[in-house]
Design a protein around this ligand. Structure first.
Ligand code: A3P
Length: 289
């Protein structure tokens, strides 16, 4: 268990964060039934899909500024924070979650809240997740090899549950709400055309930023600029969560790093499982650019 699940102590078997009150189930129920406001903006993604990048761009669009702001601190993280925190946030609220579709606030779909569903090719997600978790301090550190981590993800699922299930469940959820404004944002597409991506977000969110401002926001959020800024301004509590005192939210920012981690057998297994479980999935991922 130590190798497979990390040293997560008493809750090694729980694939979700323990929430705001040490009881994931009651936390998740509170999130599912929380009161949403029609002008909320919600980003949903499986971990390591580029949420920090996306949330910074969205927050800057909302604030109409090209200064890197505090996307990290002004958003409400549904997975960990208590409900009182969200209630106190001024409108328009900026909310983010890694929770699977089944725990996403029901009212988001009833009140037509604008949702960004962010996704990234699963091979790079596994690599990014591994590099995140094996730098974590206990109880969430992962002590195994990448190969073990890969098979754990493919066969069982990891923190936040199985990635393929997560994606398929979201796809079903989107299809069940055709009238809901849900924008699918794909990491690789944003890497290919970041200015075009920011402009699309601006249009979707109705944030009304000029093309020039969208271009400035894109530049301010380039990997190098964001990494430099975030490393300078990281909160000590965040830094303390990682063994090497570096925040893994800004590691490489590439498409295709999986090639440095996957061997042929892992690649074959991935292709086989993807074909078996994801053949109906609509997004066609780019694994290299
Ligand atoms: P890598 O570990 O592959 O480098 P999340 O924010 O959801 O935890 O995702 C983290 C991933 O997004 C990391 O991937 C990180 O480097 C990448 N990332 C962060 N900022 C980025 C940026 N400005 N441009 C591209 N990728 C970025």
């Amino acid at each position: 268990n130590t190798i497979l699940f990390g040293n997560a102590g008493d809750y090694w078997h729980i694939p979700f964060p323990i929430g705001s009150n040490n009881d994931f189930r009651s936390h998740a129920r509170a999130v599912r039934s929380m009161e949403m406001r029609p002008d909320d903006i919600l980003i949903c993604s499986y971990p390591k899909s580029g949420l920090h990048w996306q949330q910074e761009m969205v927050h800057m669009l909302m604030q109409k500024t090209s200064e890197i702001t505090s996307g990290e601190t002004s958003m409400g993280f549904l997975d960990m924070m208590p409900q009182a925190h969200f209630k106190a946030l001024p409108s328009p609220r900026f909310l983010v979650t890694h929770m699977p579709y089944r725990y996403v606030p029901k009212q988001a779909f009833e009140k037509n809240v604008k949702i960004i569903h962010l996704e990234r090719n699963p091979k790079d997600v596994f690599v990014s997740f591994y590099n995140h978790m094996n730098k974590n301090v206990p109880p969430l550190d992962y002590a195994g090899t990448f190969e073990q981590f890969f098979y754990l993800n493919i066969e069982v699922g990891y923190y936040y549950g199985d990635l393929f299930d997560y994606l398929m469940e979201w796809q079903t959820g989107k299809e069940a709400h055709p009238d809901c404004p849900i924008f699918t944002s794909v990491y690789e597409d944003m890497k290919l055309d970041p200015i075009g991506g920011v402009k699309k977000l601006n249009t979707f969110l109705g944030t009304g930023c000029s093309d020039e401002l969208c271009e400035q926001i894109t530049l301010a959020c380039s990997f190098d600029k964001m990494k430099e800024h975030k490393e300078k301004t990281a909160q000590p509590e965040m830094v303390a969560m990682f063994k090497d005192k570096k925040i893994p939210f800004y590691r490489k920012g590439d498409v295709g790093d999986w090639k440095n981690y996957f061997n042929d057998a892992m690649n074959d297994e991935y292709d086989k499982e993807y074909k078996r479980r994801m053949s109906d999935y609509k997004t066609v991922y780019k694994y290299t650019l």
